[in-house]
Design a protein around this ligand. Structure first.
Ligand SMILES: C[S@@+](CC[C@H](N)C(=O)[O-])C[C@H]1O[C@@H](n2cnc3c(N)ncnc32)[C@H](O)[C@@H]1O
Ligand code: SF4
Length: 377
């Protein structure tokens, strides 16, 4: 599926999507990684070394420790809900409940969904999640994808789904589309039809951590621009085509996460955190003009000139941050008037995230620059 096909698919199916997906697509979900601890060991687990089996908390890309930081990140991203993920959030149930209650208290009408695996579902955990007002839960039946289809395991999964339904308003199943597993996935869909409300199938993705395990099994990247695995999409779409029951099955392509969901979240955050002189790109990144001075007096002179002309800027150490296009104009004018340029200058393209990750430095040589639209990994 390319972007146009995904946009068309979303337009046609948006109303049927689980609420958690609706907000996620619009970039309105805070991604709360509550712990990296997990008792499973899926060969396709995409978690990075910094997160896998580490008891760390992230709100979006930001490493946090407190509820207040999670609330702050939600505000900065104009989030309207939270997706609680991990690791397995239920292995840190008290922390999960503490964060969930605090977010629900802080924001009105805040939708919450949570990812977990069937083994940790029990009455005690569900009671706590209900008290904390969890709206949606998604179970990932890992055993099927690591060891093969097992009738008894799927029966137990259905029991767990039924138990979830007693406590949580919306209950679904979420799985990776492992290439060539269409028969197993179809059997699973038939078994959970009438029990789960939806099944979400993710296009299989590789990461630095799982690449070797995927390659060992003959799974290879589908192209050199995304981190999707070849034939995963075909498997998911075949399941959707051949399934004849009532269960709503949704396919979530890797590119949707990168090009639509992540982009929307960045745009939301950029709108809240950008300085008046920064430019928001169509990908939700920030463009900032930067002058670097070796001489403090020259920096002060330039700051005075900018001030006199009503140009907004910030001074950071020996640098002046200003609008990138104004910076280009200034340099052009100085060149025209053969004015000695005593600073170096570039345009910085950076993420509006808490780490301000810089993705590119564009040296200022030409006036009219085209800013490429790039896909992030
Ligand atoms: C990354 S997990 C995080 C939550 C939790 N650890 C779990 O596995 O349910 C969220 C969902 O992604 C799916 N998933 C796991 N590994 C994946 C991969 N390599 N590519 C695409 N989806 C994956 C699983 O179906 C899971 O429901
Ligand atoms: S359940 Fe999730 S976090 Fe745990 S190993 Fe599997 S994919 Fe990784």
């Amino acid at each position: 599926m390319n972007i146009e096909e995904i946009e068309k698919y979303l337009e046609e199916n948006f109303d049927n999507l689980p609420e958690g997906c609706k907000q996620c697509v619009k970039g309105e979900k805070l991604v709360l990684f509550i712990t990296g601890i997990c008792n499973n060991n899926c060969y396709y687990c995409p978690l990075s070394k910094k997160r896998k089996n580490k008891d760390v908390i992230y709100a979006n890309e930001r490493l946090i420790t407190t509820v207040e930081e999670a609330i702050e990140e939600a505000k900065l991203c104009s989030s309207r809900g939270v997706g609680i993920t991990g690791g397995n959030p239920l292995l840190k149930i008290n922390r999960t409940v503490k964060f969930l209650k605090a977010l629900k208290k802080e924001f009105d009408d805040f939708h919450a969904h949570l990812y977990t695996t069937p083994e940790t579902i029990n009455k005690e955990n569900l009671k706590l999640l209900k008290e904390a007002d969890l709206d949606e839960i998604r179970l990932h039946p890992t055993k099927i994808f690591n060891e093969g289809y097992d009738e008894q395991y799927v029966k137990e999964l259905c029991d767990k789904l039924n138990l979830c339904r007693k406590y949580i308003p919306h209950v679904g199943v979420e799985i990776p589309a492992i290439p060539k597993m269409e028969n197993e996935i179809l059997k699973l869909a038939e078994a959970i039809d009438g029990v789960a409300e939806f099944m979400n199938i993710n296009e299989l993705e590789f990461s630095e951590e799982n690449y070797n395990e995927l390659e060992k099994r003959g799974f290879l990247p589908k192209d050199d621009i995304s981190n999707a695995i070849a034939e995963s999409e075909e498997t998911a779409l075949k399941v959707i085509k051949e399934f004849k029951g009532d269960l709503f099955i949704n396919y979530c392509p890797s590119i949707l996460k990168d090009a639509i969901q992540m982009r929307n979240r960045l745009i939301n955050r950029a709108k809240n955190v950008s300085k008046p002189y920064e430019v928001i790109t169509e990908d939700g990144l920030l463009l900032r003009g930067i002058m670097i001075f070796e001489n403090e007096d020259e920096l002060k002179n330039m700051a005075e000139i900018l001030d006199e002309n009503g140009i907004e800027f910030d001074i950071f150490d020996n640098q002046i941050f200003l609008n990138p296009f104004i910076l280009e104009d200034i340099i052009e004018e100085m060149k025209k008037q053969k004015f000695p340029i005593t600073f170096s200058a570039y345009i910085s393209e950076l993420y509006p995230t808490s780490d301000h990750l810089e993705v590119e430095r564009i040296p200022l040589i030409t006036k009219k620059m085209k800013f490429r639209r790039r896909r992030r990994k």
